[in-house]
Each structure stands twice: as structure tokens, then as C-alpha cells.
Design a protein around this ligand. Sequence first.
Ligand SMILES: Cc1cc2nc3c(=O)[nH]c(=O)nc-3n(C[C@H](O)[C@H](O)[C@H](O)COP(=O)(O)OP(=O)(O)OC[C@H]3O[C@@H](n4cnc5c(N)ncnc54)[C@H](O)[C@@H]3O)c2cc1C
Length: 380
Amino acid sequence: MVHDVVVVGAGSAGLSCARMLQDGGADVVVVSDTIGGRLAYDAEAGVNFGAYFVMANYENARKLVTRRTRINPLSCRFHDGADGSFATVSGHSVRRSLGLGAFAVVMARFIRKYSTFKKNCEYMSQREAMELDPYIARLFVQPASEFIAAHHLTAVAQDYVSKFSYACTGVDLDSITALDFCNVAQGLLIPIHRFSFDAQAELNRLGDRFVRDTVVAHSEKDGLHTLQTAGKQQLQARNVVFATPATVTADLLGLGDIREACQLYVEHVRGRLRSGLDTEQMNLFPFTSPIVFTATQDDGTVLVYSRVPEVDRDALFVEHELLGRKDWDKAMYVTGRAYVEQQYGDSTYVAGDHNGLGLEPAAISGVYAARQILKKLVVR
Ligand SMILES: Cc1cc2nc3c(=O)[nH]c(=O)nc-3n(C[C@H](O)[C@H](O)[C@H](O)COP(=O)(O)OP(=O)(O)OC[C@H]3O[C@@H](n4cnc5c(N)ncnc54)[C@H](O)[C@@H]3O)c2cc1C
């Protein structure tokens, strides 16, 4: 049977794409080895082992998740790597008030511009949307550290924003683009929530349109795409959307440069945090620390995000019990300036967080691919 579309991958990008295609009446099949991908919510434990929060302005990704507790930015402790630390509201923040004000002004401009850019990206490729806005195009290639220096935000970034950015990206400010930096830094101003993801509801929605398998090869001849899976299935379609992680997409399509991914290790721990770490909901660390952040959950258990596999739990907890763990060898594609096109030929589409970090950019790229395909199906 030849389908209108096969979507490969069922993360934020693939599920957003499939949802729009289904709603538009397309004959779509989703093939993926997981449902959710880096949306890795453990319903039993009630914690996220992958993406941790959604922002209030995630117009697309929010269709996939249910918001839970709001994360209180005022209940954070910022550590300096030695023994020093300060809470969000403290004598330190009073001393930095001018810098924090300047940061808010810079971010207000970004949020305005970025919201138009994101809307545009639902209807045009990211490349076209960047051509419409030189401000965003510049941020895509500018190192975050250069952007910070140019806007005289060095002190406030060092104290606060670099640690929040490290918590969201797992790397330092020299590695990420100004666009990714500003994107994640919005979370200091816009409400952010923990969330749950209902994998079963997505499976119910897709029904027999979901194939749990791994695509191992793709070929195209005369507009007909053939996908081979590890389970020896063969799927055929007139359009294909690769909503797989960048490294997988690059392998399957033979793409050139892609951004490099960081590694993250997430541990769910029951325990008593040490003195100095037990006063606020979250502890945020600088890039010099292998621990990225800790976050106390509603039930008192703690999530620890680290960029090294061996987490020194004794340094964090007086006593501890490991409840669960997830290793992300390719957590987020954050390093480098490579741009991945979203369409190859007439009927091969790429969606995901290849060009922009997070659940929302991934979801938007899926929506864009779906819109392109639906336009063709209507014409036919
Ligand atoms: C630890 C961690 C914390 C994060 N925190 C946040 C956060 O707080 N907020 C935020 O917005 N973002 C966060 N992110 C980033 C966010 O999770 C990703 O940007 C987003 O989920 C990417 O979605 P995607 O659909 O592009 O990719 P994925 O979610 O990786 O989906 C890819 C899909 O493809 C499938 N697949 C892979 N290979 C194949 C194959 N060969 N054949 C078939 N299927 C295949 C996978 O199983 C998966 O279903 C975090 C990521 C991690 C890892």
C-alpha cells in the first residue's frame, strides 16, 4: 500500500507533524522506535527524564503535554562553583538590579521579534523566516558570549543567566548561538511549567497508523519513497518526513554538516540534600561544575541533571537512594552553526531540533512540514 505520508520518528516534531496531517485528512503512517522521544515522562514516578519544562509561549508543543507545577524562578539558588551561592532574591540581586533591568530590556525586544519569527516558521522554512528578519539571522550565527558582551550583560550573565542557560543546554556560552541563548533565557521572564506527557493518548490517537519499528534505509524512485525497517517491514509513501534526531536523519539522508550534540545524564533520587542545597526548589551551577542543576519535585524527591555519567551523589546528598536514571548520549544539538534544510527534492522533509533547540522549535518544524504536504494534497 502506498501512503500519502510516512513520518519517521514520534518526538515533538513527528507527533506535531502527524497530528496536523491527520487533522488535514492525509493518509499518514508514523514509524518510530519510541513514542515521545526526548519527551520522556515517566508516569509512574511522575518525573521527566528528558525535556524538563515547557514555556507558556509554546503554542505548538503544548498540544502534546499537560502542564503541571509552575517552576518558581524566585526559588532558585545560583552557585558560583566554589562555596559561594545566592538566592534569586538576595543582596546580590539588589546589587545587580541595573544589569537585571538591562537584561529585561534586551529580552523584551527578543521576545517580540522571536514570536513573529516562530509564527513565520509554521508557514515558511526557517531559512526564509531568517531572511525576513536580519536580527534573528544574525543571532543564528553569533556566539552567545559575543551577544552578551555587545549588550553589556556580562556581569548579570555570569551570575544568573549563564547558569540558567547551562541548565537548559548542558554547554557553555561560547558553544551556543545567541539565538539558542535568547530562546532559553526567555524562561527567566516567561512562566515555565513542569509537564506530563501521555504516551498512551498519543498511541490511541494514532491507532493502527503507528508502527513501532526502526527505519534503517530509505530510497526514492520516481516520487515513490521506500523505507526499510529493522523489523524487516517495508513502507511506501509519496512523501516522507524525517522527524528523527539530527544524527539519525543525517545518516539516513546522507546530509553533510549538522550541529554537535551534548550529553546529559538524569538521575531521580530520594534523599536529603546537603545544607546549602536544601533551601530552594532548584540549584543552578556554572559550567565548571559537572552537575548542571538539581530540582526538587512536588513529592520531595530530586532530579539531578549532570553532564558526566558518574554523578557524585555524596557531594549533593546526606543520604540518598537512586530511583531511576536516563542517559542521553545525544541530548541536544547545541554546538556549531550548521543549518539543515527542511526539504530535499519535491517530497522529502526534515523536522526536528536540528536548527533550534527545544520542544517548541521541533514542534514548529513538524507543523511546517505537514503544511507543505497538505498544500500538495489539496492541489492533487
Ligand atoms: C535531558 C534533556 C532535557 C531537555 N530539557 C528541555 C526543556 O526543559 N524544554 C525544552 O523545550 N526542551 C528540552 N530539551 C530538548 C527537547 O527535548 C528536544 O529539543 C525535543 O524533544 C526534540 O524533539 P524531536 O522530535 O526533534 O526529537 P526526538 O524527541 O528525539 O524524537 C525523535 C524520534 O525519532 C525516533 N527515532 C530515532 N531513530 C529512529 C529510526 N531510525 N527509525 C524510527 N524512529 C527513530 C525516536 O525514537 C523519537 O521518537 C531537553 C532534552 C533533553 C535530552
